[in-house]
Design a protein around this ligand. Structure first.
Ligand SMILES: *Cc1c(COP(=O)(O)O)cnc(C)c1O
Length: 397
């Protein structure tokens, strides 16, 4: 049996219980809160009341979620937002100012990249991109930086970083570190334990887990979270609703079980595709290099870089169980070809900027069953290969 982790209990047990003995946190579907007299309203307004004033800045259901997220990532506090991008933009705008520089890992999430390229320069915040080797190699990569923006694994190609070492270097130079930990989830990686300052998640993915919510969060120590809470939360107003907080809380109950199931399915599929001659390269943590010591599993995502003479369009059209679509982290398997994702109209494109191959197809292994998904991928490869490849059964082993 797998050893019990702290996360198992955090996800499934609400110490202290809820109002009226409810098993799950009630949904406080209210915009405003009422006060019996002048003094209690005054106390709340001036921040001394310990109660909520208005749901843009605080709501009891949302706070249950925030407390759970902080515990899951071993942070002191968390803020929930209306999307992962709201968590990223609100955190950055709450902490940085004109003249500041972000150093960002290459292959960051496409809309984070567009935030850095389109919107932040208008406010005098610039971004420099560094690759995994530059970041591992020297403190010089951080020259002039106010914030280091990380992903590990990174988007689409799933490169990984030595977070402990990077966090230590950044701290010694006074650079705030922020990591998008969506791909690992709090089940497979806890960056705060490695010395990272702030962790953001797209809760639209693993955390909610059912492809029915868009949400996000940031987690960290009180001083940084308080700065974001005092500025971006009231002034940008990208709050999460109580109803959606409740849906994320429901998804979280099974987070540990789901992430392990997605990881096992993807591991099994990759083991059977490793030597397929129609695949030039498989991008996944742990495939070409060992998993870094902060990451306990590779998760449910991988990218197949198909050989030049495999027709990507035919491959995608021949998938039956695996559906075409953006996002991932829900119950269902999804495929996203780079050849389409690199053609987004709105401004500079991350996949082009970072040189992701047009023959790459990102796949998320859902819960339909690993052998079903492997058959689907193999069938699509057969349909996309002009019949020139001889695949021997022996390769299955
Ligand atoms: C989806 C995603 C985001 C953005 O999250 P939204 O909830 O869609 O705003 C950020 N980072 C990563 C790695 C993602 O996959």
């Amino acid at each position: 049996m797998r050893a019990t982790t702290k996360a198992d209990l955090v996800l499934t047990h609400d110490a202290g219980g809820h109002q009226a003995g409810a098993a799950v946190p009630p949904i406080f579907q209210t915009s405003t809160f009422l006060f019996p007299d002048f003094d209690t309203l005054e106390d709340c307004y001036t921040g001394h009341g310990g109660t909520d004033l208005y749901s843009r800045t605080g709501n009891p259901t949302v706070r249950v979620l925030e407390d759970k997220l902080a515990q899951l990532e071993n942070g002191e506090a968390a803020i929930a937002f209306s999307s992962g991008m709201a968590a990223i933009s609100s955190s950055i705008l709450g902490l940085l100012k004109s003249g500041d520089r972000i150093v960002c890992i290459r292959n960051a999430y496409s809309d984070a990249y567009r935030l850095f390229e389109i919107l932040l320069p208008r406010f005098g915040i610039t971004t420099k991109y560094v690759d995994v080797d530059e970041l591992a190699g020297s403190a010089g990569a951080l020259a002039g930086a106010s914030m280091l923006f990380l992903e590990s694994p990174t988007s689409f190609v799933f490169e990984t970083l030595d977070l402990r070492r990077i966090a230590k270097t950044a701290r010694s130079k006074g650079v705030v570190t922020l990591i998008d930990n969506s791909f690992a989830s709090p089940i497979l990686q806890n960056p705060i334990d490695a010395g990272i300052d702030l962790v953001v998640h797209s809760a639209s993915k693993y955390l909610s887990g059912h492809s029915d919510v868009v949400a996000g969060c940031v987690i960290g120590a009180n001083d940084l979270i308080d700065q974001i809470r005092a500025t971006s939360v009231p002034l940008l107003g990208a709050k999460l609703s109580a109803l959606e907080a409740s849906m994320v809380l429901r998804g979280l109950r099974t987070l540990s079980v789901r992430v392990r199931a997605h990881t096992e399915a993807a591991d099994w599929i990759i083991n059977h595709l490793r030597h397929d001659p129609r695949i030039r390269k498989i991008h996944r943590p742990g495939v070409s290099a060992p998993l870094p010591n902060t990451l306990s599993g590779a998760g449910g995502l991988f990218t197949l870089e198909l050989e030049e003479d495999v027709d990507v369009r035919k491959f995608c059209n021949a998938l039956n169980i695996i559906r075409l679509g953006v996002s991932w982290g829900g119950f269902e398997s999804l495929a996203l070809p780079a050849a389409i994702a690199n053609r987004q109209d709105a401004g500079p494109n991350a996949l082009n900027a970072f040189g992701v191959s047009k023959n790459a197809v990102r796949i998320f292994a859902g819960l339909e069953g690993a052998s079903t998904l492997l058959d689907d991928i193999r069938g699509a490869l057969d349909a996309a290969c002009f019949g020139t490849w001889v695949i021997e059964d022996a390769l299955d082993g």
